[in-house]
Design a protein. Structure first.
Length: 149
């Protein structure tokens, strides 16, 4: 399932048709309830070339799904190789990782459980206080500096 209405959607459709996979790949477009797709999935894959903090990976982990993702910053911050998913550099490595997870439901389940545990550190209840403290410190430092002028 390739959700979304990005600018490469039509290219992806054409590629899928060229490879004779149109009966195996779905293009639902923009999905309002992405959690329903995660719930129906065994593995979540991401092929981003550049990432900051990838919410799609966080969402997948929250739904206790193992992740197969490109070895790029952002993904490498979240995916623990062999623990909650796999990182890849080539299409062949991606396919092999997906096949491994699909063929071993117990491994997939264990990695999904690990993903669910690891994602907790990124919840708002964990992250928000630290972020707000950082901004409060900067704001206080600025006020102190301005008061000394």
């Amino acid at each position: 399932v390739l959700a979304g209405d990005g600018q490469l959607k039509e290219n992806c459709r054409q590629y899928v048709a060229l490879k004779g996979l149109s009966d195996r790949i779905l293009f639902p477009g923009y999905v309002h309830n992405i959690a329903s797709l995660y719930a129906k999935s065994q593995v979540i894959a991401s092929s981003s070339r550049i990432e900051g903090l990838p919410f799609n990976i966080l969402e997948a982990m929250f739904m206790k799904k193992p992740v197969v993702a490109t070895r790029v910053k952002g993904h490498t911050d979240l995916v623990r190789e062999g623990i909650n998913g796999f990182l890849y550099e080539t299409p062949a490595q991606c396919a092999a990782a997906i096949r491994k997870l699909i063929s071993d439901p117990e491994l997939s389940r264990k990695m999904g459980e690990q993903a669910g545990e690891q994602v907790r550190q990124y919840s708002l209840t964990e992250v928000l206080p630290a972020v707000m403290d950082a901004y409060t410190c900067v704001n206080n430092d600025r006020k102190n500096t301005e008061g000394q002028k």
